[in-house]
Write a protein that binds this ligand. Structure first.
Ligand code: GAP
Length: 513
C-alpha cells in the first residue's frame, strides 16, 4: 500500500482510538460522510475556532461577529443563486456503479500533468544549483511547457463546458483523456448531469401549510441578509467585516475522505464590505493575511500553496484557494473570493429592501463590494491533526507515536501525574490540578507506569506532563516534561502557571503572524 494511504489510515484510526472523532451513529453502522467529535476532538475543534475568532474578530476593530440561524427564508437561496446554480456535475461508471464528480476526475488528471512538470523543475534545480532561473526554465523547456500547456488547455475547456452548460463536451473531454474509473479501471461512463447539493426540509406541522426550507449550504448568506442591521446598530464604517462560524450542509456526491468532505460540516467565514473598485486591494490583503494565519501554526510553509480559480463561482470576479498538503495531496483548505456586489444586489432585488451604505465622505449611497474568506473548520482540524501525527524512532531504538499539535490548539495543556499512587503524591498532584484548571484544560492520570502515561499523553498531543514525586513533598518542585523534545526540567510548582502560559498563549502564537 502506498505510504500516503497508510498515513491517512493511521490518521483515521488514531482519531478514533484516542477519542477525537467517531463515525456518526456507529452502533447503526454509521452514516456516510457524517462524523461526531469526541471528548478530545471537541476541544481541538473549539481551540481552532477560538484561534480563528480571536485573529479575525478580536484583533480587528472593524470586524464583528454574528451567529445567524441555520434555517433561513427560502427566498434567500433563490436570490443567492444556490437553487439554480449550486450544482456539481456528476458522472457514473456503469461497471463499478461508482459516482464521481466529473470536474474532480478532470482536475486530478490535470494535477498529474502539473506534477510531471514539477518533477522536471526539481530535477533541473538539482542540476543547475544556485544559477537556476525557474521562470526562464519553465518558459523555455519544451517538455515542461508541454505539460503545463496541456494542463491549462484541459482546465480551460472544462471551465468553458461547465460555464456554458455544455455537459456533453465535459463527457467528451473525459473520454478523450481516456480517464478510467479509479475503482474498476473501466471507461464505460454515463452522461454528465448536474446535481443540486442543498438538503431540503419542511417548516410547519401540516402538509398543506408546510414551507419548503433548505439547510444552509454556506454560512455567508446569514451575514448578507444581516448586513444593514449590523452596519446600522454597530455604526460600522466601510471597510468593515462580519464574521461567523457555524454548521453548513451539502449533499456531496463524493464524500469518501473522512472529515475532508462531509455532508454536515462547519465553516468559519468573514465577509468584508468595501467601496466598489477597492475590492482587488482587499482581495490581495486577505489572501496574504489568511496565509499568514495558517503559517503562524508552524505546520511548515511548504505545505501551503495558492491555487487561482479557472472556473469562477456564479458570484465571484476573482477567487483563490489556499491549498494544504493533506495525506492525499494538495487540496483546498480555504477559499478567498471577491464576491462583487452580487449577493447584496440579489437580496435587494428579491426582498424589495435597500441594502445600501451611505458613504459620508463621498455623500452617496452604494451597494458595497464583498471580499470573503471562508475556511472549513473540519478541514482545518484534518490539516492540523494529519501533520501533527508522527511516528518517531527514539535513540534507544524504540518507537513512539506523538501528536505534535501546535500547543495553542492542544485539547489538554498539561497532564499531572503522581509517580506512584501512594505516599501522599496523588493528593499533591490533585492540588496542582485544582490550581491550574482555572487557566488551562488539564488532566489527572495515576494509572499505569509513568512511562506509559507519558506515551499516552504524547499520543493525545498534550504539550506538558508534570510529575509529582517524593522530592515534591520535600521542596515543592516537580518535573515538567516537554512533549516534543521529551526533555525534563525540575521546576517549582509556583512556576508552572507561567511556563505553561508562555507556551500556549494565543497572544504568543498570533504574534507570529
Ligand atoms: N461561502 C463560500 C463557500 O462556501 P466553498 O469553497 O464552497 O465556499 C468554503 O467552501 C470552505 O468550506 C472550503 O474551503 C472548505 O474548507 C469548506 N468546505 C466546503 N465543503 C465542505 C465539505 N463538504 N466538508 C467539509 N468542508 C467543506
Amino acid at each position: 500500500m502506498a505510504k500516503q494511504e497508510d498515513l491517512f489510515k493511521n490518521v483515521v484510526s488514531h482519531a478514533k482510538e484516542y477519542g477525537f472523532i467517531f463515525p456518526s451513529s456507529e452502533i447503526y453502522d454509521g452514516l456516510s460522510a457524517v462524523y461526531d467529535y469526541a471528548q478530545n476532538g471537541v476541544e481541538l475543534k473549539k481551540n481552532i475556532r477560538d484561534y480563528w475568532w480571536k485573529s479575525m474578530v478580536q484583533m480587528h476593530e472593524n470586524i464583528v461577529g454574528i451567529d445567524a440561524a441555520i434555517f433561513m427564508h427560502p427566498t434567500t437561496w433563490k436570490a443567492s443563486g444556490h437553487v439554480d446554480a449550486f450544482n456539481d456535475p456528476l458522472i457514473d461508471n456503469k461497471d463499478s456503479k461508482k459516482r464521481y464528480r466529473a470536474d474532480v476526475l478532470i482536475e486530478d488528471y490535470a494535477e498529474k500533468l502539473n506534477q510531471k512538470a514539477q518533477k522536471e523543475i526539481e530535477k533541473a534545480k538539482g542540476r543547475f544549483g544556485d544559477a537556476f532561473d525557474e521562470a526562464q526554465f519553465v518558459a523555455t523547456n519544451e517538455r515542461v511547457k508541454g505539460y503545463l500547456d496541456q494542463k491549462n488547455a484541459i482546465l480551460q475547456r472544462m471551465a468553458k463546458g461547465l460555464d456554458s452548460g455544455d455537459l456533453a463536451d465535459v463527457k467528451a473531454l473525459i473520454e478523450e483523456l481516456e480517464i478510467a474509473c479509479p475503482e474498476s479501471g473501466s471507461r464505460n461512463w454515463t452522461e454528465v448531469r448536474q446535481f443540486n447539493l442543498m438538503f431540503g426540509t419542511k417548516l410547519g406541522a401540516s402538509a398543506d401549510s408546510a414551507m419548503d426550507l433548505y439547510l444552509r449550504p454556506e454560512t455567508a448568506q446569514g451575514i448578507f441578509v444581516n448586513f444593514l442591521n449590523v452596519q446600522k446598530t454597530g455604526r460600522m464604517k466601510i471597510p468593515f467585516g462580519i464574521a461567523q462560524t457555524g454548521k453548513a450542509f451539502r449533499n456531496e456526491i463524493v464524500a469518501r475522505q473522512f472529515i475532508f468532505r462531509m455532508r454536515e460540516f462547519e465553516q468559519m467565514e468573514m465577509q468584508f464590505f468595501v467601496k466598489p473598485g477597492e475590492e482587488m486591494k482587499y482581495y490581495e490583503y486577505w489572501k496574504e493575511t489568511r496565509l499568514k494565519w495558517h503559517l503562524s501554526l508552524g505546520l511548515g510553509k511548504e505545505n501551503y500553496r495558492f491555487h487561482d480559480h479557472e472556473k469562477l463561482a456564479h458570484y465571484a470576479n476573482a477567487a483563490a484557494d489556499i491549498e494544504f498538503n493533506f495525506p492525499f495531496g494538495f487540496k483546498e483548505l480555504e477559499g478567498i473570493h471577491s464576491r462583487t456586489d452580487f449577493d447584496l444586489k440579489a437580496h435587494e432585488q428579491f426582498s424589495g429592501k435597500k441594502l445600501q451604505y451611505f458613504d459620508t465622505e463621498e455623500n452617496r449611497n452604494y451597494v458595497p463590494y464583498v471580499v470573503e474568506t471562508s475556511v472549513g473548520l473540519d478541514r482545518m482540524f484534518l490539516a492540523v491533526f494529519s501533520k501533527a501525527l508522527q511516528e518517531e524512532t527514539l535513540e534507544d531504538g524504540s518507537t513512539r507515536t506523538v501528536l505534535r499539535l501546535p500547543s495553542v490548539l492542544a485539547p489538554t495543556k498539561a497532564a499531572i501525574l503522581p509517580l506512584v499512587k501512594k505516599d501522599g503524591l496523588p493528593e499533591v498532584a490533585k492540588e496542582i490540578v485544582e490550581e491550574l484548571k482555572w487557566d488551562f484544560n488539564v488532566a489527572y492520570d495515576e494509572k499505569d507506569a509513568v512511562g506509559r502515561r507519558y506515551r499516552r499523553q504524547d499520543a493525545l498531543g498534550t504539550p506538558f506532563c508534570i510529575t509529582v514525586d517524593h522530592q515534591t513533598l520535600e521542596d515543592k518542585t516537580v518535573t515538567i516534561r516537554h512533549r516534543d523534545s521529551m526533555e525534563q526540567q525540575r521546576v517549582a510548582i509556583s512556576e508552572l502557571r507561567t511556563i505553561i502560559a508562555n507556551e500556549v498563549s494565543m497572544r504568543n502564537w498570533l504574534m507570529k503572524m
